[in-house]
Write a protein that binds this ligand. Structure first.
Ligand code: PRX
Length: 648
């Protein structure tokens, strides 16, 4: 991080947007209509954020009944488009229901498996499932846990829930049974949807088996709907399991979309925070539709003929917003790919880009660095000439990766939209538009209607120095709270500065007003772009019988951005061994998922603590990375700092 910071401080290059792109951009057309002269003028005008979002809503949604008030802001909770009647399904699906246009071009991991699903077909599938769900008693407000890989039934399941006003909660298929169980219990899910198994790196992952493990301890769940993906045999519980194809087969292909309040919840998505327990972030139908729709339309400039590929997983917010809801609202054609990027070979993605003529590609810095590492020879067979715009999300992109992406993938002609946002923000917040001059490594400026700043500890705005990234006013994609935990909502986002939203990231704003996001401020790791709480991994470690205490830190990693390093105190009498390290890593995999397994485990006799007993991760990190630890005399055990270097 420190090294990256220095590079970013020195980065001076500016890439002007290509003229033709600017002229033809969706945002330019809109600006002309509104007589707005240029980018700076747009940002200035959009400082009247209620005006801006009102206009944005006109571009994106059709309310069933108009709203009475654009925004109601009370006690840090925003209600947008108050009084409107709406359901996101009207815009994401119903308005396209007779279109033959392809909504999803799907590729399974096994080569040659391709399905194209039109908007019309998608609508039928959603209606059939929604009718089946209704028969199972699902109604407005119920919670549905969805544990699925990247198969077309995943968006179908989400939309069917939304249609009925039920709240979906997708759990990434790479999470473990225990992680799924924790989430469905927190939300008291009524029903879950999963599949038999799925393909990953040439192997199959037994998702139904994992679901069964989770359901052993989840009494609120009454039924489990299972999709046949691979056809592998699965354990079956006659009392609650149902095959998706059987229950949907005879259902009608019409189903009424529930008319909801624009602020009714659409989904809960769990994300890591500073405590061991993930937070259930809530998003609502109306504001979220406006926020995701307008950002995709303007940032990635989607037009009727574009082939859009957001290469994230629907299990994360990027997939919710930019694989499911926003592209459907815009009526776009999206590519969706089930498998690993390097299966069977490291050029699978480039094959997909050429095969389907992808024109806009959105991915993460980790993926970009991984492709850099595979070597440029994997690009030789592929023209990539269909690409016109590129995107990056999830973690800071280092200028070296930015330039590689720009030159090797974009052939020097595709601007890179480095989009900063979060599960909580629902849609892009700090991001270039195709008309923005770019600086490699900077997410540039706030999207119109959003105001951001960097504050010092006292809440004073600072320029050209690292501080806390804050958002100054509410925006429509903003979270509606943390499920059943209003205290945590206030504490996490509003305690430090009561007037502004605290993102939890460290950033710098340069003299041109460009933002350079450096990473999370502490307590949360970003491993391969995935957000994992240090304390989640620590709790998992401590739940192992041999572990007394644990501290987890992130160490810089060339590809993944950060790698997980755990410092562990074993219980008395436990023998130190490499086998035990492997066992502990496996244990974390079982508790959370493979993505949370530490890359390094170190055994220590003690860990530096404050007098009140809090383990000082910051000091551990500084010491093991050879940096200045600062004043350690106030610790209850300063000698533990030096002893870290004797870790085994
Ligand atoms: O630290 C920031 C980083 O990802 C965090 C949000 O993680 P999550 O909720 O999982 O959502 C990821 C996808 C939107 C942020 O607090 N982050 C996201 N985008 C960027 C980024 N850091 C730097 N540059 C970005 N473009």
């Amino acid at each position: 991080m420190e090294k990256n910071l220095l590079v970013l401080l020195k980065e001076k290059r500016v890439f002007e947007p290509p003229k033709k792109l600017v002229q033809e951009a969706n945002v330019t057309k809109w600006m002309k209509k509104k007589k707005i002269k240029n980018y700076e003028d747009l940002l200035k005008k959009a400082k009247d954020s209620e005006w801006f979002w009102k206009e944005a809503a006109k571009e994106i949604v059709s309310w069933k009944k108009p709203y009475k008030k654009v925004l109601e802001w009370k006690n840090h909770y925003a209600k947008w488009f108050v009084g409107a009647k709406y359901n996101i399904v009207f815009d994401a699906l119903e308005k396209h229901k007779n279109k033959k246009k392809i909504a999803y071009i799907w590729e399974g991991e096994p080569e040659g498996e391709i399905k194209k699903i039109s908007y019309k077909e998608l609508n039928v599938q959603v209606n059939k499932l929604a009718n089946a769900l209704k028969k199972l008693g699902i109604k407005k407000g119920d919670r549905i846990g969805i544990y699925l890989p990247m198969i077309p039934e995943l968006p179908v399941a989400m939309l069917a829930c939304a249609k009925l006003g039920a709240v979906h909660s997708v759990v990434f298929s790479g999470f473990s049974a225990n992680a799924f169980e924790e989430r469905i219990n927190d939300e008291q899910a009524n029903l879950v949807i999963t599949c038999d198994s799925f393909y990953r790196k040439g192997k199959t992952i037994p998702l139904k088996k994992q679901t069964d493990e989770a359901l052993l301890e989840a009494p609120s769940v009454k039924n489990c709907i299972v999709i046949k993906r691979t056809g592998e045999e699965v354990p079956w519980n006659k009392k609650m399991d149902l095959w998706w194809h059987e229950i949907t087969e005879k259902e009608s292909s019409n189903c009424k979309t529930e008319i909801l309040d624009a602020n009714d919840p659409l989904f809960i998505l769990y994300t890591s925070g500073t405590t061991g327990k993930p937070k259930g972030i809530i998003h609502a139908h109306g504001g979220y539709a406006v926020g995701t729709g307008i950002t995709l339309k303007w940032v990635f400039d989607l037009k009727e003929k574009d082939i859009w590929w957001c290469a994230a997983d629907v299990g994360w917010i990027t997939g919710h917003s930019y694989i499911v809801y926003a592209p459907l609202i815009l009526g776009a054609t999206s590519v969706m790919y089930e498998g690993a990027p390097n299966f069977p070979e490291p050029d699978r993605w480039w094959e997909i880009v050429d095969r389907h003529k992808v024109s806009v590609l959105y991915t993460s810095p980790t993926a970009i660095r991984m492709f850099m590492h595979f070597g440029d020879e994997w690009l030789e067979k592929h023209s990539l000439k269909s690409l016109r715009l590129l995107g990056s999300v999830g973690e800071p992109i280092n200028p070296e990766a930015w330039i590689w992406y720009h030159e090797k993938i974009g052939k020097g002609k595709c601007p890179i939209m480095d989009t900063w946002w979060q599960t909580e923000t629902g849609s892009h917040c700090i991001t270039p538009l195709p008309i923005t001059p770019l600086k490699p490594g900077s997410a540039t400026k706030p999207f119109p209607g959003i105001q951001a700043d960097v504050y010092d500890k006292k809440g004073k705005p600072i320029t050209n120095a690292g501080g806390e990234l804050v958002l100054l006013n509410p925006w429509p994609g903003m979270l509606q709270g943390i499920y059943k935990n209003p205290e945590k909502y206030q504490k996490t986002y509003w305690e430090m500065y009561p007037e502004v939203y605290l993102a939890g990231d460290v950033a710098r704003k340069d003299k041109d007003g460009y933002f350079w996001v450096q990473g999370r401020d502490s307590d949360v790791l970003k491993v391969a772009g995935h957000r994992i709480g240090n304390s989640e991994i620590e709790s998992a470690l401590v739940s192992h019988a041999c572990v007394a205490e644990a501290a987890v830190i992130g160490k810089p990693d060339e590809i993944k951005g950060e790698k997980i390093a755990a410092y562990v105190i074993l219980r008395k009498g436990t023998e130190v061994s490499d086998e035990l390290k492997k066992e502990l890593a496996k244990h974390v995999g079982k508790e959370i998922g493979k993505l949370a397994r530490p890359s390094e485990i170190w055994f220590v006799d003690d860990l530096p603590k404050t007098r009140s007993g809090k383990i000082m991760r910051r000091i551990i990190k500084a010491k093991v990375l050879g940096q200045d630890t600062g004043n350690i005399s106030t610790l209850s055990n300063p000698e533990a700092v030096e002893e870290l270097l004797d870790a085994k």
